[in-house]
Write a protein that binds this ligand. Sequence first.
Ligand code: AHR
Length: 507
Amino acid sequence: TNARLTVDRDFVVGPVPRRLFGSFVEHMGRCVYTGIYEPGHPTADEHGYRGDVLALTREMGVSIVRYPGGNFVSGYHWEDGIGPVDERPRRIDGAWHTIETNAFGLHEFAGWAKEAGVEVMEAINLGTRGLEEARALVEYANHPGGTAWSDLRIKNGAKDPFGIKVWNLGNELDGPWQIGHKTADEYGRLANETAKAMKLVDPSIELVAVGSSGRKMPTFGEWEHTVLSHAYDEVDYISLHAYYQEHDGDALSFLACANDMDSFIESVIATADAVKAKRHSNKSIQLSFDEWNVWYQQRGDAGDQLHVLEKQQWREHPRLIEDEYNVTDAVVVGTLLNSLLRHGDRVTIANQAQLVNVIAPIRSEEGGPAWRQTIFWPFARMAELASGNILRVASSGDRFETAQYGDAAVVDASVTYDAERGRVAVFLANRGLDEDADLTVALRGFTASEVTRAEVLAIPDGGDRFTANTEDRQDAVGLVKLEHAAIADGELRATLPPLSWAVIEIA
Ligand code: AHR
């Protein structure tokens, strides 16, 4: 197959938002306990942070991490997670049928985030709680001192405020499964009043209102419109969540699911801008895509697992949705990253869900190793090399039909240009299952003239599109040098192997 892309250094979408390379740590399954935190693990430091997981988090280039949920947060008391650890209560977490020991809480997470070099994005509970607990938490976390809540933080060992900038006003409250599920009017009013009160404590914070927990929700569209009609002036972002998987061997639809992400994003922009127009507002709402990933809900559906768990005893950090990712999943994740980046003028926060063990790019075993899943690689390379400005990509070439998402270009791409570094970065997915893709990229107006790095993730020798990295074969799938990539006459030419994700750096 063939693909031709054209980019021009002056056709700029916007600057690359660093917060696009976010992740998510929920008190769910083994993300926190035996994931980022495992006192006694051979690599753990004096705080119990796993050194191997910290190193992989840094290597992945994660910029911001959403915490502590997720469905978990809608029943959470943040005060349970502060103060002397041996005095913290053990609680029932209804969302995941789990015993929460509260050994890990806000201080532990803030300390971990510092070690990992990531920004904290904190979610508040608007399921069972409200404005009073939320403004107390902002005071506890961000006020310098001299008030009851801020002095308690200091007493608990954090002299300096945590300085948390980005806050989620709850989680998926449009979903009937959510503890404290609400109508759009109920939530919109609560979000507006809570946002107002939180900003009265710290006016510098940025607030994310809950959008639809999926594009297929029956309330999608109406929910965003109603919520923003209540809370437009007080909030800065509206959230989006999306999970994709291959259904019944329909690989082509799965490979084209970024089409769905594209139109989800564009629909939410349209809805937010409709509210803007109606209000004669000058302010544009940004999008926070704060849960996205591949998730095989059919294979290990959370509902099914809960059903099984309900028949068992209440346990601490059970294994939940530990999906194993293969080559196809990595290519799809690459296309989802492309979709987010192409919309980086409006999607300025995104969080892959989740960071460790729970539908995650990093896996770890209790007392054992930590390793990179296949989906680690497109994220890590894009976080490393996407910088400067996002460029518009004009694309032509072969396309394919899908049962679920219409037709799609065989080669999916996004491009950034960093004038300071003199670097163009091209992120590519060949979605053709069987054929090489011959690619030409016309580069207009650049001085960069040499391919300085070209890497590809493809089906390894002896493997197939389902090959995954496992505890026994941790590096079965990874990046190798992309052999056929060169520049001639102002054009980049490359050959992408079937079903592959690639990055080409030109400097
Ligand atoms: O990431 C797993 C779960 O998916 C989150 O807790 C919830 O917000 C979403 O439904």
